[in-house]
Design a protein around this ligand. Sequence first.
Ligand SMILES: CC(C)(COP(=O)(O)OP(=O)(O)OC[C@H]1O[C@@H](n2cnc3c(N)ncnc32)[C@H](O)[C@@H]1OP(=O)(O)O)[C@@H](O)C(=O)NCCC(=O)NCCS
Length: 142
Amino acid sequence: MIRDLKEEDFERIYELGQEITPNFKKTNKLSEMIKDKYTKLIVYEEQKQVQGFLIYTELPDIVDIIDIIVAESFRRKNIASCLLDYMFTEIPTSVQLVTLEVREKNIPAINLYKKFGFEIINTRNKYYGEENAYLMGRRLEK
Ligand SMILES: CC(C)(COP(=O)(O)OP(=O)(O)OC[C@H]1O[C@@H](n2cnc3c(N)ncnc32)[C@H](O)[C@@H]1OP(=O)(O)O)[C@@H](O)C(=O)NCCC(=O)NCCS
């Protein structure tokens, strides 16, 4: 089941986020993000627990994916795909471009985004400490 993130989910989101990025909690102030009208936070719940989430910002013409994380034991079960499908149905028709940054060695995520029609637009050198990132984007047809 996909639904909006609630305050009760904060702890679980931080738990999932910290597994991937050690400073996730510091850089993602969920209590502020949830109040921001441009930030959308959705979760995928299964077995009465949040097993994945997606955070993105939405302006009238551009959407930027901030983070998508699925619990390790629930990966390769289409959860990230469901979250992205949901996002694409929710974003307004005025949106022309969806962008994101991804570590250049993160093959699962790059494959996921390619499957959803994203292309590599540019490389951002040393975007994540010493590691480069790809800027990826998908143009939406009118
Ligand atoms: C990237 C991530 C979100 C994918 O979640 P998921 O629920 O396992 O993805 P899905 O099951 O929907 O897979 C969709 C597609 O992604 C790609 N993919 C997912 N995991 C992959 C892997 N381990 N290796 C290669 N490709 C992979 C495949 O193209 C897959 O399609 P397929 O199953 O038809 O081959 C998950 O691996 C994750 O949470 N990783 C850690 C956090 C992270 O790196 N997030 C991205 C930040 S930019």
